[in-house]
Design a protein around this ligand. Structure first.
Ligand code: ATP
Length: 471
């Protein structure tokens, strides 16, 4: 097992501190507590921490105002701000000062713990200790599409070509970016991630490029941006498709000139990092209608790496599932085993949330199962319950099986009726769906469907489909 992640908790309310510390220790974190800015600074200079949690109002000063100094000396340590001043202003100040997350009090303890966990995962190497030894990044999967991914990864390790990682949510884009960093020639530098979708749109530029004190309302201190934090290492721009237009323009200029300026600043700063971007969106239609800059697309998409959806590499599911059971055990959950029939049951599932969904499911199954062997009969009900709670059908194939079951149990059928009734039940939503895609254009719809235009027209009448709905 790896050493526990270290958390510095700066909170002067004893009872709150006790509750938070207990919850974090339960999760396997090592927590150090202090209750003033002076104690905090002493702790930071004497030890290293993966994440800092801080209150705003402390006896000897303002927890936010003094954050800039902390960030200068501990750039890789995410900071989470807790505040009883539940105002927009505090939120703006907290995020404007570079905090990773902001929690107004009273906060949900589970959410806070989840944020700390996320921050600890994202944190760079421990402060003050230089780079951690490479822990080995397990990218699990031996399927042909993953072999292609590995091949692409090896091609970019010794250069700084811009990489664009594409794939549905949860397919492992961030993990691939981390792997490129940890295995590549910039591995001794930091790995810095920015998720464009996770921060307010008007803060994207200052997060990326930093800002000078007073650059905008709420910029109470100077903020060092991700480009500067990533110096010598890798900058991972997640959900690049969500980047607002102004930030796109500024990013393009930075990549073209190799230089940045902090928001509100004059000084030109040379960029020294590899860029890896990722998106789960299809950027082509966004380029076509002007939401994403084509010139930026070509800049970042020098080497595209496409991650397959999990359902397109089902042969990897057993290995992944067993890997996550080991991970669960390392996190203190009971030891569980996955026999072949359990693995088959998992492999039949569609996993729309991809590897992330499988991982969450395995942790959940490890926790909930009443026996150590997770055979099909153990997996099936947990799978059903989980998908039901997500409001989905447990669709094992392409969705039709579940629809067929639902249809058959919808009413009693007369003998000889089922086949035609089922096809008719499916025709209406299918044709409607395609018409909606073509905005009511029948010629296009008929072509897409592969049926004659007159046949389509007859079906519209027979099925009672109103064309006006689609135009
Ligand atoms: N090949 C893999 N082997 C082991 N774990 C994986 C693999 N792919 C993904 N994971 C795990 O699945 C989870 C989701 O992966 P990750 O965050 O990299 O996905 P993502 O594509 O970046 O998702 P999003 O688009 O939602 O940001 C993580 O816990 C990651 O460690």
């Amino acid at each position: 097992m790896t050493d526990p992640k270290r958390i510095l908790l700066v909170e002067d309310d004893r009872s709150i501190a006790t509750v938070i510390a207990a919850a974090l220790q339960d999760e396997g974190f090592a927590v150090s507590h202090c209750s003033s800015i002076a104690e905090r600074d002493a702790a930071l200079s004497g030890g290293s921490f993966n994440v800092m949690l801080t209150d705003v109002r402390l006896g000897d000063g303002d927890g936010i105002e003094s954050l800039a100094g902390v960030q200068d000396t501990h750039p890789a340590m995410p900071i989470i701000v807790l505040s009883a001043q539940n105002t927009l202003d505090t939120a703006v100040r907290a995020t404007g000062s570079g905090a990773f997350e902001y929690f107004p009090k009273p906060f949900d303890l589970d959410e806070l713990v989840a944020a700390v966990r996320q921050a600890a995962e994202r944190a760079g190497p421990d402060d003050g200790e230089g780079a951690l030894p490479n822990q080995g990044l397990p990218l699990i999967g031996r399927s042909p599409p993953m072999q292609d991914v590995y091949r692409m990864i090896t091609r970019v390790l010794q250069n700084d070509l811009s990489v664009l990682v594409l794939g549905e949510s949860g397919t492992g884009k961030e993990l691939v970016a981390e792997a490129i960093h940890q295995l590549g020639h910039r591995k001794t530098g930091p790995f810095v991630a920015l998720n464009t979708a996770a921060i307010p749109r008007d803060l994207v530029e200052s997060e990326l490029f930093g800002h000078e004190k007073g650059a905008f309302t709420g910029a109470v201190t100077r903020n060092i941006g991700k480009f500067e934090l990533a110096r010598g290492g890798t900058l991972f721009l997640d959900e690049i498709g969500d980047m607002p237009p102004d930030a796109q323009t500024r990013l393009l200029r930075a990549l073209q000139t190799g230089r940045i300026r902090r928001v509100g600043g004059q000084e030109e700063i040379r960029i020294d990092c590899r860029i890896i971007a990722a998106t789960n969106r299809d950027l082509s239609p966004m380029i076509a209608d002007g939401r994403f800059r084509e010139d930026l697309y070509y800049r970042i998409n020098v080497v595209p790496i496409r991650l397959p959806a999990l359902r397109d590499r089902r042969e990897d599911i057993p290995d992944l599932a067993r890997h996550f059971l080991q991970e669960a055990e390392a996190e203190g959950l009971p030891r569980r085993y996955l026999p072949d029939d359990g693995a088959e049951r998992l492999s039949a599932h569609r996993w729309p949330g991809n590897v992330r969904e499988l991982r969450n499911f395995m942790l959940r199954a490890a926790l909930l199962a009443r026996e150590d062997n997770l055979g099909a009969s153990v997996i099936a009900p947990i799978l059903q319950e989980t998908t039901a709670s997500l409001g989905r059908q447990d669709d094992t194939g392409d969705g039709f099986e579940a629809a067929v079951e639902a249809f058959l149990s919808s009413r009693d059928f007369a003998e000889g009726e089922i086949y035609h009734a089922a096809l008719a039940a499916m025709e209406k939503p299918l044709i409607s769906r395609i018409l909606s895609q073509t905005h009511g254009n029948q010629l296009k719809a008929a072509r897409l469907l592969g049926i004659n235009r007159n046949t389509l027209r007859k079906k519209l009448t027979d099925l009672g489909i109103d064309l006006d709905r689609f135009s």
